[in-house]
Design a binder for this molecule. Structure first.
Ligand SMILES: [Zn+2]
Length: 100
């Protein structure tokens, strides 16, 4: 298990990012294809557009739980500013390294 101390998320063009976007497809399959989640450096996960009518037909809470578990393993995400591919939390550099 990884103890998540936070990761530094950044885009080559835009610099440091508050969060990255990732697609729900890898864990939600076709139901979440094209549905974007926000992943924050502290491991928090949010639906990018939770006003979307689509979510009213889904069990939002349950999917967020799944997204939270899968989020840290995402290796490629998208920059919310320019849409470029950015390193996901799995590839990003840990913000602070704690040596026991
Ligand atoms: Zn960018």
């Amino acid at each position: 298990m990884t103890t998540n101390q936070g990761v530094a998320l950044s885009c080559d063009k835009c610099g440091p990012l508050d969060y990255i976007l990732f697609d729900g497809y890898p864990f939600g399959d076709r139901m979440l294809e094209g549905v974007m989640f926000r992943f924050y450096p502290d491991g928090k996960v949010q639906i990018d557009d939770d006003d979307d009518a689509y979510w009213q037909s889904l069990n939002t809470k349950a999917w967020l739980e799944v997204a939270k578990e899968c989020g840290p393993q995402v290796d490629v995400g998208a920059c919310p500013k320019c849409g470029a591919e950015v390193a996901g939390p799995d590839e990003a550099v840990p913000q602070e390294e704690e040596q026991p």
